[in-house]
Design a protein around this ligand. Structure first.
Ligand SMILES: [Mn+2]
Length: 245
C-alpha cells in the first residue's frame, strides 16, 4: 500500500511507519472503567477495536516492529483491574505479533513499568529510529539539545479537527506537522476509540511543544480509514474563519 509521507516517515492510518517500525500513541487502555468510576456509563468496547485496527495496519504496512509512544494505559496512580488485564493482554499480543517492541513512558504511565516487566519489556524515555526521535511530548526534555535526529515524533496531544456538518460537529483524528526550533515536529493522533481527541481549531494545545509554536503554523493531515486529507495550515483555516464568521 502507498502511504502519504511527511519528511522521512509515512502515515499508515493511526500509526506512523518509521522504517520497519509502526509507531502508535495514547491507547489509554482502561479509559472506559475510569469513566465508569466517574459515573459515566460507557460500555467497555475499546480493546477489540484496537486489536482489529492494529492487525489491519500491520498487514497493510508489513512492519515487524512496534513503538508505543506513551500513555499505554489511562488511570493515574493506582492500576485498576481492567487496566491491568487489558495492558497485560495487549503486551502479550504485541509479543506474539512483533519482533522488537519499544514502550515509551507517557504521563499516565507511572505504573506501566511493573506491567511491562511481567512481559519482560522495558519502558524507555525516548527512542530513535534513523533520523526520527520518538518521545511522548508531555514535557520538553533536556536531552533534546544533544540529539542529532531531524524529526521529533510526539503524541500526548490527541489532535483532531472539528468540522461543522450542518448542525453537527464532526471530529476527525489528525496529524500535525511543523517546525519546533530546527526540528521537524510531527504530532500523532491517539490510537484510542473512546474519544476523537482535542479539537485543534477550538481548544488550546496541551503539549509544551505545541505551545511553543506561535500562531498555528502547523499543517493538518486528517485520517479516516487509511485515507489522508491535507487541510493546509491551522493558521490559514483560522484566518478564513475570522473572515466569514
Ligand atoms: Mn499523555
Amino acid at each position: 500500500m502507498q502511504f502519504k509521507k511527511i519528511h522521512s516517515v509515512s502515515i499508515a492510518d493511526l500509526s506512523l511507519k518509521v522504517e520497519d517500525y509502526l509507531v502508535i500513541s495514547d491507547l489509554h487502555l482502561g479509559y472506559e472503567q475510569s469513566l465508569n468510576a466517574d459515573g459515566i456509563m460507557i460500555p467497555r468496547f475499546q480493546y477489540p477495536l484496537i486489536i482489529e485496527r492494529l492487525e489491519e495496519i500491520q498487514e497493510k504496512s508489513s512492519c515487524s516492529n512496534i513503538v508505543v509512544n506513551g500513555d499505554l494505559k489511562h488511570e493515574f496512580g493506582q492500576i485498576s483491574r481492567q487496566e491491568w488485564n487489558e495492558t497485560q493482554e495487549f503486551l502479550e499480543y504485541l509479543k506474539a505479533n512483533f519482533d522488537d517492541i519499544i514502550l515509551i513512558k507517557g504521563n499516565h504511565d507511572n505504573f506501566t513499568r511493573f506491567i511491562a516487566e511481567k512481559s519482560d519489556l522495558q519502558v524507555e524515555e525516548c527512542y530513535q529510529i534513523g533520523d526520527s526521535l520518538i518521545l511522548h511530548g508531555d514535557k520538553i526534555p533536556s536531552y533534546l539539545d544533544k540529539t542529532e535526529a531531524e524529526n521529533l515524533i510526539i503524541g500526548h496531544e490527541h489532535p483532531c479537527i472539528g468540522l461543522r456538518n450542518g448542525e453537527r460537529m464532526e471530529k476527525i483524528k489528525c496529524y500535525l506537522s511543523g517546525k519546533y526550533k530546527d526540528w521537524n515536529l510531527i504530532v500523532m493522533p491517539s490510537f484510542n476509540f473512546v474519544t476523537e481527541g482535542s479539537d485543534i481549531l477550538h481548544e488550546k494545545p496541551l503539549s509544551p511543544f505545541l505551545k511553543a509554536i506561535p500562531g498555528g503554523d502547523l499543517e493538518i493531515y486528517a485520517v479516516e480509514d487509511f485515507e489522508v486529507f491535507h487541510f493546509g495550515r491551522i493558521k490559514d483555516i483560522m484566518a478564513v474563519r475570522e473572515k466569514f464568521y
